[in-house]
Design a protein around this ligand. Structure first.
Ligand SMILES: *Cc1c(COP(=O)(O)O)cnc(C)c1O
Length: 771
């Protein structure tokens, strides 16, 4: 099957119905039609399957069908003992197979295990090839589906190295349309008199091309610092009437630029966050003779309990207290500038997980707004800040990483609170501005990286050594024990420990698994104690370690037959080609959970419980908090065992905001490659552009090591070593060439240059070429 997709028909033995897949689209992948006049979605299709399963056959069907509006029928069919199967090897003329003992692992199982539907819908799904795919325009039929593995193949073919951030601007567009749509329907539903406008907070992700997406779509920008203001002034200057919300600490240059920007046609609102800023604004406006657009940021007393709760409440770092707000009104009135006060802003923190907090904050803010209008300010805008959260773990509100509301609930509550207050106080309704960042940009970026190493992947050279010893020792086991029974004192402690360990290993079976595993843990600990006391040789201690590893392997070998109550207390460490500090800093800094899952082999049961270690030499450089299968936080992630010479790709999702900028160069790992992708339909995609990650030289420059100076020093030193006969000319050239190449290359682990990705049968395999 060239493309790895199901094509052609296949017969179901013993039933006579033919399921064929005529004229399948390039990326469509299911048995779609029944030979009968019935539509493929028909019940008879599924009851046929049920019948077959009753006579002990397995009915082979792709997932896509299940997704195409027949899920309930399909579910009843699954429930009827019918096995979903999505592997593609049946394509040529698959036959109904004999029922096996254990139901085969399906992509639905993977979907449930990683809670993909919970956090990923409608943008991420699994195709029948068991690959993760992206649906950038959020359509459920997947007409725009892009197979992530196809993307990775294409990037590797172009020599682009992992880790890489894949960015889908279409997801951003979908999110913006969704937010606007939710506000439009709330506005229509309540008969609200004004409209909604979105501004994107630059701090969420200031990357140039990403901001362009927002500006081109018609969103405004929110800035919180002078450099951010520089970006916004330039990007918005060509957009007549664009909205610019200016927060943050403001010195006189900042204020002056914002005031001048109004002359460019930008609706630049200077939001007073500190009372001291008021005099600066008044003075600047008088100096330039320009009337500014002024806003005030309110410090609400509504508090939110999440991580960013400190942004809210009386002790918050930002905003004006009610006394200060009232004094701003008096002072502006005194200066004859009250007509400049047009906006009330608040932001009580990011990722608000409870809708109740939003309702309460909205009530407080709405009344503050109305009071300002009643005191004579023209007003006209309310800016409800950010805080709109997303469901990181797909638990729909059952954890702090989640939210108990959706975008529509949010919009409804914002509009409803404003309606209520405005009606009550007889004030005209304001334009609603929101500064959502997280909710708009998180989904659009996926970090793709690969696993470099896992302990049991490559055969431990020590295991071979153990295998030899093991046989020899086995022979002596009985004599050991006899000797020991007759004279314990004469027995070498190390030998005794090892013989007991061998015994545990040899007699391990499903029935005594917990006991044997506990023994192994204890024996390993005792081995290290004995070593500390000088009673065990280094070789003996190594043997104990290898035996322990062997027990673990045996245990893992039982796979799904392991008793439910059996808990492996150690996850396997998978070393990954990334830096947590660079690419997922919140996972380290604030224990944020990001969805992580494999991008392929999702039709295979994962058998390893893993935690992810990164490349940095820092014990914090790991990811060990994941979404558990039933929504709880889990300390390990179910992954597949690595296959010899084949890459294993993982994706980290929902990291489109904050991570890229908070990420730091710990251990001097640099910014990663970013690729902008667009779906073209029918499985095709376009790489719009690639933003190369940092080279080592660039990262070093950030710590004031000059590329040229470093190289010069090395060249000088090698020359004198060559002159002194310590280094050959050839070695010196190699050293300099390598050094230079490293300075110019990516900071992450690179596969040896003679390893190339080789595409065969839609499976990427790593092949060694000797050319
Ligand atoms: C950070 C920030 C935002 C963005 O908040 P999200 O929760 O990411 O939407 C909006 N407004 C202000 C003032 C901010 O500081």
């Amino acid at each position: 099957m060239g493309s790895g997709l199901l094509r052609g028909g296949f017969k179901l033995k013993g039933f006579g119905a033919e399921i064929s897949a005529p004229g399948l689209r390039k990326n469509a992948c299911v048995a779609q039609a029944l030979q009968s006049p019935d539509a493929p979605e028909s019940l008879s299709f599924f009851s046929a399957g049920c019948e077959l399963s009753r006579v002990g056959c397995r009915f082979v069907i792709g997932t896509r069908l299940v997704r195409q509006g027949v899920s309930s029928v399909a579910r009843s069919a699954w429930g009827g003992g019918f096995v979903g199967r999505t592997s593609l090897d049946d394509g040529g003329g698959g036959e109904v197979e004999e029922e096996e003992e254990e139901a085969e692992w399906t992509v639905q199982d993977s979907d449930a295990l990683y809670r993909l539907h919970g956090w990923g819908a409608p943008y991420f799904a699994i195709n029948v090839a068991g690959h993760l795919c992206v649906r950038p325009s959020g359509g459920t039929e997947g007409r725009d589906e892009v197979d992530m593995m196809a993307v990775i193949d294409s990037l590797t073919a172009q020599q682009l190295q992992l880790p890489v951030i894949l960015r889908f601007p279409d997801i951003l567009h979908h999110r913006m349309r969704e937010l606007q749509g939710c506000f439009s329907s709330a506005i229509a539903k309540f008969g609200y008199q004004r409209h909604f406008e979105g501004v994107f907070p630059i701090k969420c992700n200031p990357e140039c091309h990403l901001l362009d997406q927002f500006v081109e779509f018609g969103f405004g920008l929110e800035v919180g610092s002078k450099p951010e203001l520089l970006i916004a002034l330039s990007k918005l200057s060509s957009r007549d009437g664009a909205l610019l919300i200016c927060n943050g600490y403001k010195d006189s240059v900042y204020v002056e630029n914002v005031v001048l920007a109004t002359r460019l046609g930008i609706r630049a609102v200077i939001v007073l966050e500190q009372i001291e800023e008021l005099e600066e604004v008044v003075a600047c406006s008088q100096r330039l003779g320009i009337r500014p657009i002024i806003g005030v940021r309110a410090k609400l007393s509504t508090k939110h309990n999440g991580h960013w709760g400190e942004t809210s409440g009386d002790k918050a770092k930002f905003g004006l207290t009610v006394t200060q707000i009232v004094s701003v009104v008096y002072r502006l009135r005194q200066e004859g500038m009250l007509d400049c006060l047009k906006l009330l802003h608040f932001h009580i923190g990011s990722q608000i997980s409870s809708i109740l907090v939003i309702k309460e904050a909205m009530r407080e803010a709405s009344h503050t707004y109305c009071e300002l209008a009643r005191m004579g300010a023209p007003m006209g805008y309310i800016d409800v800040g950010g805080g709109l959260g997303i469901d990181y773990d797909g638990s729909k509100g059952h954890s702090s990483a989640s939210v108990n509301y959706n975008m529509q609930n949010y919009a409804n509550d914002v509009v409803a609170a404003l309606m209520d207050a405005c009606l009550l106080k007889g004030v005209a309704e304001p334009v609603i501005v929101s500064e959502s960042g997280r909710a708009l940009a998180s989904h659009s970026s996926v970090l793709v990286f690969d696993v470099l190493h896992a302990p049991h992947h490559t055969k431990n050279p020590a295991s071979a050594f153990l295998d030899n010893v093991s046989e020899a020792e086995d022979l002596h086991l009985d004599s050991f024990r006899n000797d020991y029974a007759s004279n314990p004192q004469s027995q070498d402690a190390g030998e005794y420990l090892l013989s007991t360990f061998y015994q545990v290993c040899a007699t391990l079976e499903l029935g005594n698994i917990q006991e044997a595993f506990n023994d192994a843990k204890q024996l390993r600990q005792e081995a290290s104690s004995l070593f500390r006391l000088g009673c065990l040789s280094l070789e003996q201690r190594a043997q104990a370690d290898v035996l322990y590893e062997k027990v673990c392997q045996q245990v893992l070998g039982f796979g799904s037959r392991l008793p439910k109550e059996f808990k492996l207390s150690f996850p396997t460490l998978y070393t990954c080609n990334l830096s947590v500090f660079r690419s997922a800093p919140d996972s380290w800094a604030i224990s944020q959970i990001f969805p992580v899952m494999p991008l392929h082999r999702l039709n295979e049961k994962p058998t390893v419980q893993a935690i992810l270690a990164d490349l940095t030499c820092d014990s914090d450089g790991k990811i060990d908090r994941f979404i558990g299968p039933s929504g709880e936080m889990s300390r390990a992630l179910a992954l597949h065992s690595l296959q010899e010479a084949k890459p294993y790709h993982l994706g980290l999702f929902l990291g489109g905001v904050y991570q890229e900028m908070l990420g730091s160069a710990h251990n001097l790992f640099g910014g990663v490659n970013i690729v902008y992708l667009r779906a073209l339909g029918d499985g095709d995609f376009a790489i719009d552009f690639v933003l190369p990650g940092q080279t080592a030289g660039e990262v070093l420059g950030g710590t004031h090591h000059s590329h040229a100076d470093l190289l010069k020093e090395l060249v000088t030193q090698s020359s004198s070593s060559v002159a002194a006969g310590k280094l050959s000319q050839k070695e010196a050239s190699l050293l300099i060439a390598n050094y230079q190449r490293c300075l110019d290359s990516y900071t992450y682990f690179s596969m040896p240059s003679d390893f190339l990705y080789h595409k065969s049968n839609s499976e990427s395999t790593l092949v060694h070429t000797t050319a």
